[in-house]
Write a protein that binds this ligand. Structure first.
Ligand code: COA
Length: 200
């Protein structure tokens, strides 16, 4: 706590003046430039104080900004350099490569009223969930949920939810193939359950 105390105090003061989102973004900008392992440790310590959850085993790299205190970062998550994260739920073992953007869904600004500037039309924030063990490639933009174990290609834009255990890529992201081959016909799809009760 002591090394990040000034940033935490700054955050507490600023959130009263400009609201939680802008205060968090400002505080993460302050911490974003701290390089190396020490930088990652200090960012982690701060995020554990202010986010809904940031697991101690998660790593958030240099240059990454967060804007929503409701974000959840689970165990062993890796967030690469220069990512921008809104209202996200990053499940265990998720990998985000460099420059991944995950805003809070695709409707953060409403756009339907022709008489009102977009900036004044309000908007909606949704939690974007990236499933356990998924890997999101460099510079992808993720606007919808990603299933467990799924791989999102570099530079893709995810506009619709992706199922688990597929490789998806492109703009908009489409499933290229399943991540694992289908088992041959007749073969069980999972290991048999052994009854271990009563063993000597
Ligand atoms: C998606 C990825 C994992 C490759 O998966 P793959 O199953 O080996 O795919 P292939 O290379 O066989 O390509 C299959 C098709 O998808 C296309 N494709 C692959 N990656 C793509 C991408 N990122 N965007 C758009 N299309 C892509 C290929 O062009 C190919 O199309 P074609 O069949 O019309 O020629 C890889 O391309 C990728 O994007 N990896 C992320 C790398 C990264 O960001 N690393 C950062 C450091 S952690």
């Amino acid at each position: 706590m002591p090394p990040i105390l000034p940033v935490w105090v700054q955050y507490q003061l600023m959130r009263r003046m400009v609201g939680d989102s802008r205060a968090l973004e400002g505080a993460t900008q302050t911490l974003a430039g701290l390089p190396g392992t020490v930088g990652a440790m200090l960012r982690g310590a701060f995020l554990r104080l202010v986010l809904a959850k940031c697991a101690p085993s998660a790593e958030v790299c240099y240059g990454t900004l967060l804007s929503q205190a409701g974000a959840v970062i689970e165990d062993r998550v890796y967030v690469g350099p220069r990512c921008h994260l809104g209202l996200v739920h990053l499940e265990v073992d998720v990998l985000l490569a460099a420059g991944v953007h995950v805003p809070s869904g695709g409707n953060t600004h409403f756009i339907d009223d022709p008489e009102v500037p977009i900036r004044e039309q309000g908007g909606e924030r949704k939690v974007v969930r990236i499933g356990r063990g998924a890997w999101v490639g460099s510079a992808a933009v993720v606007l919808a949920d990603v299933g467990e174990g799924t791989v999102v290609g570099a530079g893709s834009v995810v506009t619709r939810p992706l199922p688990p255990n597929v490789i998806a890529a492109g703009v908009p992201a489409k499933v290229i193939r399943p991540r694992f081959p289908d088992p041959p016909p007749g073969e069980p799809t999972c290991s048999p359950v052994h009854n271990t009760e009563g063993r000597a």
